[in-house]
Design a protein. Structure first.
Length: 115
């Protein structure tokens, strides 16, 4: 199983980015899909996750600004990030958990929020 993340880049505060994570297998095979991030000098943290049934969870720091979604037809999960802040700067990783509880990670994509 491979996860290919993309969409990171440099954006000004208040701007938007959309991250994508394409899976090499049908994403309906996954119990949970999510996005994590790791800022310089900080621990890895869960940003958002979405269950197979569509229910989503968000870190308090991103609620109301980020939206996680999935497009089964494209086997892709997205993270729409709006109203970005400098503290959102981090390497973002997509994560997937199969129904068997096997866990997979994509390569990171760097998001830099700076003027």
């Amino acid at each position: 199983v491979q996860l290919q993340a993309s969409g990171g880049g440099l954006v000004q505060p208040g701007g938007s980015l959309r991250l994508s994570c394409a899976a090499s297998i049908r994403i309906i095979s996954f119990r949970t899909l999510g996005w994590y991030r790791q800022a310089p000098g900080k621990q890895l943290e869960l940003v958002a996750s979405i269950l197979s049934g569509g229910g989503a969870n968000y870190a308090d720091s991103v609620k109301g600004r980020f939206t996680i979604s999935r497009e089964n037809a494209k086997d892709t999960v997205y993270l729409q990030m709006n109203s970005l802040k400098p503290e959102d700067t981090a390497v973002y990783y997509c994560n997937a958990i199969l129904w068997s509880s096997s866990i997979y990670w994509g390569q990171g994509t760097l998001v830099t929020v700076s003027s």
